[in-house]
Design a protein around this ligand. Structure first.
Ligand code: GTP
Ligand code: MG
Length: 461
């Protein structure tokens, strides 16, 4: 065991907390010489002799000069984040002090860690698989409940567990088929083809669900862009302000107030929505700047995940509304029709609109009515509560593309069985599938890919 954890001769060091002034700063040290190095600057006791997972207060000294008074936590290999001997020094939060301590550690034999190197070592030491390591980066970058939960679930190994099960089941069959090859002259079948097909179908469903979850995964990770569009004066900027609960955009009774697009972010039930207020669209404007704004609005429609088509329910004709909605739908956009200014309309008109415009949401942006319903609608367009809390959601494009390959190779295997192909060809197909599954968890990988993945981490993680 010890052998495995000494594959690097160097000990790495980095600041684990963000650079800058803070209450404390944590410096992390990992490697074979961690204790030797810390002992050189922590004279009050020999930390190597202390039990694992304990903390110690004392002065950090170099050349008899006090650097800081710090708290030192010790973790012994293999029971640490990286699997190596790890020391975490919590010193005072002055960038100057931290730099001095890091310099002293380097002076005594440590080397500055590269981005993600601690986690890379954890992965290479078998402490986590690649999906878990990637989830660590996702967790650090998470900014909503949903993105945090998705990352945490993956760190705990939910996704890895599913992949591991698939791999094990496939390996079992693959072994039986290979056994048949050894007895090829006797024409025996150890692997029950019918059972294998059932298993492939079962795995296929799981893979499909994972692939389908990527759309939601993308939303969780990157947020949803929502363009608020409509005629001038419909109340788009008012709606943006109401949704944000602040006076962000200029509102006026002059048609053509908003010229450039304005983007702001809101969090609805743990999902980020990027709201984009656009210039009101009218086709014939003599104003050059307004026309440019209109062009930009159309561009935003093309880029948005969801289009909120807002109209003044009291002034616009049904034909105009339907024409606009169809126009957006033609661009394959998800559109939510929103009838505004219901505070100055009569009940009968609203009833009529409800009948004619499918799924219309009634609001008054100015009076703040119907806004909760609109938020609910936005949320439901991308997610429902159960899939956010219960299921494993794929948020990583690398996993997604490997799973697509898994899916393809599963179909190949199935086709092969149905066509009664020979055992060795079947075995090749199964190995291809296992290869892609292994790529996701990192069982099959190469240095370039690892360097690429870990370079996206921050220094000190
Ligand atoms: N009565 C009423 N007036 C509203 C409502 N929402 C907006 N208005 C008014 O409508 C006018 C236009 O509002 P804006 O939010 O500037 O409209 P806009 O769609 O952003 O307009 P442009 O930027 O010109 O395209 C302002 O005078 C608002 O106060 C509403 O729900 N009820
Ligand atoms: Mg506006």
């Amino acid at each position: 065991m010890q052998e495995k954890f000494s594959q690097w001769n160097d000990t790495i060091v980095a600041l684990a907390t963000p650079p800058g002034i803070g209450a404390i700063g944590v410096i992390r040290l990992s490697g074979n010489q961690s204790f030797e190095i810390i002992n050189k600057i922590f004279p009050s006791k020999n930390l190597f002799l202390q039990p694992a997972n304990t903390i110690h207060v004392g002065y950090l000294k170099d050349d008899n000069i006090i650097l800081d008074e710090a708290v030192v936590s010790i973790f012994k290999s293999p029971a640490s984040y990286t699997g190596e001997d790890v020391i975490e020094i919590s010193c005072h939060g002055s960038p100057y002090v931290q730099q001095q301590v890091i310099n002293a550690l380097i002076h005594h034999g440590a080397r500055l860690a590269k981005a993600g190197e601690f986690t890379q070592r954890a992965f290479l030491n078998g402490k986590l698989d690649l999906t878990q390591a990637e989830a660590v980066a996702d967790l650090i970058a998470s900014n909503t409940t949903a993105s945090k939960n998705a990352a945490l679930k993956n760190i705990r190994g939910g996704f890895s567990e599913i992949l591991k099960n698939m791999r094990e089941q496939l390996i079992q069959f693959s072994a039986l088929i290979e056994l048949e090859l050894d007895f090829s002259e006797e024409d025996v079948a150890f692997a029950d083809r019918k059972k294998f097909l059932d298993l492939l179908n079962e795995i296929g469903i799981t893979v499909k669900n994972l692939l389908d979850s990527f759309r939601l995964g993308n939303v969780i990770k990157n947020g949803v862009s929502v363009a608020i569009v409509g005629s001038p004066n419909a109340g788009k900027s008012t709606l943006l302000n109401t949704l944000l609960n602040e006076s962000r955009a200029i509102v006026s009774e002059i048609a053509g107030t908003t010229r450039d697009t304005i983007e702001e972010v809101i969090n609805i039930n743990g999902i980020l929505f990027r709201l984009i207020d656009t210039a009101g669209i009218r086709e014939h404007s003599a104003d050059v700047i307004e026309s440019m704004g209109v062009l930009k609005s159309k561009e935003k429609i093309a880029q948005a995940d969801i289009v909120l088509y807002l109209f003044d329910v009291n002034t616009i004709s049904d034909n105009e509304i339907i024409f606009f909605i169809n126009d957006i739908k033609k661009q394959n956009r998800n559109v939510i029709p929103v009838a505004n200014k219901t505070d100055c309309s009569i009940e009968k008109l609203l009833e009529e609109k409800k009948e004619k415009i499918k799924d219309v949401v009634f609001i008054s942006a100015k009076m703040n009515t119907g806004i909760e319903l609109l938020k609910e609608k936005l949320f439901n367009t991308v997610a429902n509560n159960s899939s956010l809390t219960e299921n494993i959601v794929i948020t990583n494009a690398r996993h997604y593309s490997a799973l697509k390959e898994v899916n393809l190779s599963l179909s190949e295997i199935k086709k092969g069985i149905q066509n009664n192909i020979s055992g060795d060809l079947l075995s090749t197909d199964i190995h291809r599938c296992l290869h892609y599954l292994g790529e996701i968890t990192g069982e099959i990988t190469n240095d370039d890919m690892l360097d690429y993945i870990f370079s996206k981490f921050c220094i000190g993680k």
